[in-house]
Design a protein. Structure first.
Length: 283
């Protein structure tokens, strides 16, 4: 699921991070794509793909594993049997709990990804003299400068994004599946309803938490050039100096990616889960 999400959404994610961190460099999505292609070439859209793959595979593995555990916790809290189907709201709460665990593996890998994606802009703006163009050089730079805890820069803003965001993510997905199922079992849904449901869930997540993600990207990228303020400090600085709309820079590529990538994520998740369940049941 995580792999499908990255393969389909990486170019839009790269544009998002560039536009969030350096909003004055780009007039819009098309301008960002054109300039990136002219300056770095097609490979520029896939900068940070390796850590993005690691981030998404790690995050979604932990997320969906903990989602199952958290569903059992929710069942205990509401006092129902282990096999009872949860409501869409209860599933949303379980997804929100699970995202807190996923954040611990996501934050370090996403920091490396964001820095690689915005490396060219950091050099152009003069914030750093020479960029680190490989995953290993970025990892080594973080360890040398800040130690292992340096990978958790932006942890509070990542948590602020994930916990409420994944409530809407799983809530939107389950609500959409309920709509398409219309009385049937959700497990009988075909690929198109699953794609649309995943896209709807992803859109709900990003519309709600986008300003928080913008602050997170700035903290993780700009801390490369020196000490960066925390979440509230960065948030207030952006609003004061650039205005509220700066927090929505890069929203267009994000919404395109949110629908396409999360549709692919849930489609791959549901079908791979069914395949594995069939193999387990056959033994």
């Amino acid at each position: 699921g995580g792999t499908a999400c990255v393969v389909t959404g990486q170019p839009f994610d790269t544009a998002k991070v560039k536009m969030q961190t350096f909003p004055n460099m780009y007039k819009g999505l098309v301008d960002c794509f054109v300039k990136t292609y002219k300056q770095v070439g097609f490979r520029g859209f896939y900068k940070g793909t390796t850590p993005a793959l690691v981030a998404n595979i790690a995050e979604n593995s932990v997320l969906f594993m903990c989602y199952g555990f958290c569903q059992q916790i929710v069942r205990r809290i509401v006092g129902v049997d282990r096999k009872t189907k949860l409501s869409d709201l209860q599933n949303a709460a379980a997804g929100s709990f699970a995202s807190a665990f996923a954040t611990l593996v996501l934050c370090p890998t996403e920091l490396v990804k964001c820095r690689l994606q915005a490396m060219h802009e950091m050099q152009l703006s003069g914030k750093i003299v020479q960029g680190h163009n490989t995953v290993w050089s970025v990892v080594k730079g973080v360890i040398q400068k800040d130690g292992p805890l340096g990978f958790y820069r932006g942890l509070s803003s990542t948590l602020l994004r994930e916990v409420p965001g994944y409530f809407l993510f799983f809530g939107g997905y389950e609500l959409s599946r309920t709509f398409f199922a219309s009385g049937r079992s959700k497990d009988e849904l075909g690929p198109i309803p699953l794609l649309l449901s995943g896209g709807f869930g992803g859109s709900c997540l990003w519309l709600a938490v986008y300003p928080v993600d913008c602050v997170k990207s700035r903290i993780q990228v700009l801390s490369m050039a020196g000490k960066q303020a925390g979440f509230m400090g960065t948030f207030v600085t952006v609003v004061r100096t650039e205005g509220v709309f700066a927090l929505y820079s890069g929203l267009t590529p994000t919404m395109i990616r949110a629908f396409v990538a999360n549709g692919a994520l849930f489609l791959a998740y549901e079908y791979s889960r069914k395949l594995m369940m069939k193999q387990i049941n056959s033994y």
